[in-house]
Design a protein around this ligand. Structure first.
Ligand code: AMP
Length: 400
């Protein structure tokens, strides 16, 4: 069975074509700058990389070029697009309606459109991708895999903001959480590594990339997560501030004579690692600067680590017995110094990192806790596309 996974952004489309029987990625790529000068498709097949430059006016043309590339006699991996059996779509917001991945119908499309209010930057391009893909691959099932779905098991005491309750009733204003596909994937992998049934697995999953979120998982289900109504809440990220005092908004509006949209931009694009360090949103660059003596870069790293450590402490209280802390995402998988900084000091919680095992472990799965650590500390490379592909197979076969 061949499954095409599509992740549509406002000016980009990422894709991967999976052969599910052989558990293999046949091809993958990224088409950027849709509707802008210089649009280019970076396509990869068997580790061979191709760069295809072409003017691409919209997402329909983008999808057409991707499908053309997949069947191309030079770059392609299949003879005809009819070999594709199903399409999985990453969708950011499924509101309260979607607790799991769903076969895309007109009703599902209407719902995703309704939730565009909650994710105005993400759901509209996701929908454009769905419509474009459905029009060119009309005869196969399309499946929506929602970033929010895994967190729909979070209880009301954890998702309710202490705001006037009618805002929840009127606008569904509550904490939703994101990165759900990644947290779910690494939870499943952690259960396997721990040799535990999924419904008896309690973990704290730390997805630390450019965007960062921490999730408390009890019995294989999300019971709390650090991102909230939007991905702005929670730990420090590359360019996002994470948790701050809401009153700062009024203070800055006054001091900078700034509009709400300016402040939104500051919180989302100019804060986090880049905001504190003034160097970069990229952890590698911030670390280089810190090592060269840049005091603000050092501070950014310390604030980042401290905030993650606080969440691990809080989620230990939420879960009770934690079997493992899991690190994933670009920073979680590769920044060994950051894992050590975060975990140092958590020995009283039964989490003891083995510095010698941790230091060389990059970009692959492993257990970096000491043998006597009551809680394991796992590194698990995330694979959201694989999770989307496997959900797509499951939902599509149920629908037959
Ligand atoms: P992601 O969004 O998951 O691709 O992660 C991006 C983040 O991972 C950036 O902050 C990168 O600096 C960071 N990252 C990737 N590789 C490394 C590495 N070897 N050491 C430190 N940070 C890394």
């Amino acid at each position: 069975m061949l499954v095409l996974v599509i992740n549509c952004g406002s000016s980009s489309v990422k894709y991967q074509l999976f052969d599910m029987a052989r558990q293999e990625v046949l091809a993958k790529g990224l088409l950027e700058k849709i509707g802008q000068p210089g649009s280019v498709l970076q396509h990869e097949r068997n580790s061979e990389k191709f760069s295809i430059e072409k003017v691409i006016a919209n997402h329909n043309e983008a999808l057409a070029l991707i499908l053309q590339t997949l069947v191309d006699s030079t770059f392609g991996v299949i003879k005809d697009i009819s070999e594709i059996n199903a399409v999985g779509h990453r969708v950011v917001h499924g509101g309260e309606e979607f607790v799991e991945s769903s076969l895309i119908t007109d009703h599902v499309i209407d719902a995703i459109e309704r939730f565009s209010d909650l994710a105005p930057l993400h759901n509209p391009p996701n929908l454009i991708g769905i419509r474009a893909a459905r029009s060119v691959l009309a005869c196969v099932p399309h499946v929506a895999v929602f970033d929010t779905a895994f967190h729909q098991t979070i209880p009301s005491h954890a998702f309710t903001y202490a705001l006037p309750y009618e805002y929840y009733q009127q606008f569904r204003l509550r904490r939703y959480g994101f990165h759900g596909t990644s947290h779910r994937y690494v939870t499943m992998m952690a259960a396997r590594m721990l040799n535990r049934p999924l419904d008896e697995t309690n973990v704290i999953t730390c997805h630390l990339g450019n965007g960062c979120s921490i999730t408390a998982v009890a019995g294989g289900r999300s019971i709390d997560t650090s991102m909230g109504f939007t991905p702005l809440e929670g730990v420090v990220m590359g360019t996002r501030c994470g948790d701050i005092d809401p009153a700062i908004t009024f203070f800055l509006a006054d001091k900078l004579n700034a509009s709400l949209s300016d402040i939104n931009n500051i919180y989302n694009k100019k804060s986090g690692l880049i905001g504190i360090s003034g160097v970069s949103n990229d952890m590698r660059e911030v670390r280089k600067a810190a090592e060269a003596g840049n005091v603000r870069a050092r501070l950014a790293i310390e604030v980042f680590a401290y905030r993650v450590r606080k969440y691990i402490g809080a989620y230990t209280a939420a879960i009770g017995r934690v079997h493992a802390v899991v690190f994933t995402g670009g920073i979680g998988e590769n920044a060994t110094f950051m894992r050590e900084m975060i975990m140092t000091g958590l020995k009283p919680l039964g989490m003891i990192i083995d510095a010698a095992v941790n230091a060389p472990l990059r970009a692959k799965a492993g257990d970096v806790a000491t043998p006597d650590s009551p809680t394991r500390i796992l590194v698990i490379p995330t694979d959201e596309e694989k999770m989307i592909a496997s959900d797509t197979v499951e939902v599509a076969s149920r629908a037959r």
